[in-house]
Design a protein around this ligand. Structure first.
Ligand SMILES: [Zn+2]
Length: 210
């Protein structure tokens, strides 16, 4: 099965990708990971991409598209794959359609902005040892103090409510047209993220069988 996974930052996409990989025994392909690997291994692609990133620019569509095309031609994608982080735009989706790897389903993990803000803005990390906690779901014994080393916990800039809202706005702006594109093809399957991750996973599995 050839799948695409959509979901806002903090929607729990990684967990669902893992569950699908286990069930269908297909690789999850994250463009973010391919880019990080390529940069780490200083491949030709890595060098090209690093140039854009160092200059603070977006990696151009044609570079990302070529990267995905090469990755999908690997043997491990013969029986299917899950794409995570690609396509992000309608032109990328059109390019994917031209690769002649028919997409069977697009699984869209939907979580309300309010819930995502609650999840992300409650996250804390220790400024000293990096241990993670959450004020609601995984609180430290003493408020604001790391359980492991006793130093202060902090909120990452990325997790501050105003930053989270900006990230969500960018996500929605990009994704609405993409969802329409796949809805028109009859391939969009929505999974509503539940309080308990196990319940979300059960709904994802149902969507695969639908
Ligand atoms: Zn600590």
């Amino acid at each position: 099965m050839n799948l695409i996974l959509l979901g806002a930052p903090g929607a729990g996409k990684g967990t669902q990708a893992e569950a699908i990989c286990d069930r269908l025994n297909i690789p999850a392909i994250s463009t973010g990971n391919i880019i990080r690997e390529a940069i780490k291994n200083a491949t030709d692609l890595g060098k090209a991409v690093k140039g854009y990133i160092d200059a603070g620019q977006l990696v151009p569509d044609d570079v990302v598209i070529e990267m995905v095309k090469v990755r999908l031609s690997n043997d491990d994608c013969k029986n299917g794959f899950i794409l995570d982080g690609f396509p992000r735009t309608v032109p990328q989706a059109e390019a994917l359609d031209k690769m002649e790897r028919n997409i069977d389903k697009v699984i869209d993990i939907e979580v309300s902005d309010e819930d995502i803000k609650k999840r992300l803005s409650g996250r804390r990390v220790c400024g000293s040892c990096g241990a993670s906690s959450h004020i609601d779901y995984k609180p430290t014994a003493i408020d604001g103090i790391c359980d492991k080393c006793g130093k202060d916990t902090i909120q990452r800039q990325d997790d501050k409510p105003e930053t989270v809202q900006k990230r969500l706005d960018v996500y929605h702006n990009q994704t609405v047209p993409l969802k329409q594109y796949y809805a028109k093809q009859g391939k969009l399957f929505k999974v509503y993220g539940q309080e308990d991750v196990k319940d979300t996973t059960a709904m994802t599995m149902k969507a695969l069988e639908a």
